[in-house]
Design a binder for this molecule. Structure first.
Ligand code: ADP
Length: 447
């Protein structure tokens, strides 16, 4: 087992990883930027190293500073969390060369799945259904027009190296597609360093259903059930739940088998997520794979009882899956709400000092956060300040707990997404589980 793990991240996920290490009796090293001197992850870790000034490129993405920090502190493994370097295959290779274990998949698997267009090809070859569209990157605007004609409008242009809900453009007809093609390429080049784009049919109001999968170094690959993440704004998730209100055991079995086939296609190890879109006719399509721990992993933990982060660590250390050969059927229902520091009207980030912070507690309520009263949220990083996770024996009980927990959640000094979540919980479509990725458009227009 590892003796000391360096956490190459910040915020709530850094604390989440420190918690898992504590329980496994593993020492921890926090890294931080100059803007994060007062952050809780720095206080809770056994050791800490400042890796640079506030811009992420100079600190949380600074590979040489992070590897040096691991070497100086004699950490034998690094957990990258989500975001930052978590899906960077080059970083994974450097760690291999330095004989530091990465708590995550192999660089090869990361590379194959990190290129979204290549990932589509790879899983399609393994028999997994993908959204109709271009089999590979687009060569020209004529190429785009010809695939769009086959798939049918509307279509969506996506950056092969895109992520985080960015790098996508919808085109409703030939004129829009001709106009969007070069812009999408230029945007992709600027944001992700590669102008490569591909095309998919843009499905009308699908559900986003993803499967948590786990592979060990002994060839076991299993899934831990699904999460429904259809409540999104600008292609970014706001609310996630497990199980999905619409998956029958048969569909779960079918999609679960496809998720495992996709993961097996790259000999996947450690925790990963296969994202699908599900249409109104129960047809599902692979969209992409995230080769890391997800923000929304807690809802799966709540319904399976498994500690996903501890499992990531033991699997990276060479142990077999603790649930190998067993089916983990979901028990009860869990929902996660992303509490962001943002203006509820404009959605602009709302950094600043939290003059009051009192998270809810009690039965069925979990709050993953690194915030505290008096904490000043730096403006440089993402706006997630807490994740509220509720569970109940069924979805209705989880919803009633969520209402109560959001009512009792006190944050003062900054604006947050709590009032928006509270309103969503009274929406009849949400309550009845009539969800789709277009939910927020309708909801925003109505409120
Ligand atoms: P990212 O890697 O940036 O997260 P994804 O490819 O996972 O991007 O897509 C994010 C979201 O965008 C999806 O959850 C869905 O809401 C929407 N989306 C992506 N592709 C399609 C599509 N072909 N049809 C309809 N919606 C889509």
């Amino acid at each position: 087992m590892f003796k000391k793990i360096l956490i190459a991240n910040r915020g709530e996920i850094a604390l989440r990883i420190i918690s898992a290490c504590r329980e496994l009796d593993i020492k921890t090293v926090a890294i931080y930027s100059e803007a994060d001197r007062d952050a809780l992850h720095v206080r809770y870790a056994d050791e800490d190293v400042c890796v640079g000034p506030y811009p992420s490129a100079a600190s949380y993405l600074n590979i040489s500073a992070i590897v040096s920090a691991a070497e100086i502190t004699e950490a034998d493994a690094i957990h990258p969390g989500y975001g930052f370097l978590s899906e960077n295959a080059y970083f994974a290779e450097i760690l291999q060369d330095c004989h530091i274990s990465l708590i995550g998949p192999s660089p090869e698997a990361m590379r194959k799945m990190g290129d979204k267009s290549l990932a589509r090809r790879t899983v399609a070859a393994a028999g997994v259904p993908t959204v109709p569209g271009s089999p590979g990157p687009l060569e020209s605007v004529d190429d785009a027009l010809s695939f769009a004609r086959k798939a049918g409008y509307p279509v969506i242009l996506k950056a092969s190296s895109g992520g985080g809900g960015r790098g996508m453009r919808i085109a409703r007809d030939e004129r829009e597609l001709s106009g969007a093609y070069e812009t999408a390429r230029a945007e992709a080049e600027k944001a992700f360093g590669s102008s490569e784009v591909y095309l998919e049919k843009y499905l009308d109001a699908p559900r986003h259903i993803e499967f948590q999968i786990f592979g060990d170094l002994h060839g076991n690959i299993q899934h831990l059930g699904e999460r429904e993440c259809s409540i999104q704004r600008r292609h970014q998730k706001l609310i996630e739940e497990a199980p999905s209100p619409v998956l029958t055991p048969e569909l779960r079995r079918e999609m679960g088998a496809a998720a495992i086939a996709a993961a097996k296609a790259v000999h996947y190890t450690n925790a990963g997520t296969i994202e699908f879109l599900l249409d109104a006719q129960d047809r599902f399509y692979f969209m992409e794979m995230n080769t890391r721990l997800q923000v929304e992993h807690p809802v799966t933990e709540e319904v399976t009882g498994l500690d996903i982060v501890k499992e990531q660590i033991t699997v990276a250390a060479g142990q077999p899956l603790s649930f190998a050969g067993k089916e983990l059927a979901p028990r009860g229902h869990a929902i996660e709400f992303r509490v962001n520091a943002e203006d509820p009207v404009t959605f602009a980030p709302s950094p600043g000092k939290m003059t009051a912070f009192h998270p809810p507690a009690g039965i069925g309520v979990r709050v993953d956060t690194a915030a505290y009263q008096g904490y000043v949220i730096p403006p440089h990083y993402d706006s997630l300040i807490a994740k509220l996770i509720v569970n109940g024996r069924d979805r209705a009980e989880a919803i009633s707990r969520a209402r109560r927990a959001l009512d009792f959640f006190v944050i003062e000094g900054i604006k947050t997404s709590i009032p928006m979540h509270r309103k969503i919980l009274d929406d009849p479509d949400f309550v009845d589980g009539r969800l789709s990725t277009r939910f927020m458009e309708r909801f925003a227009a109505a409120s």
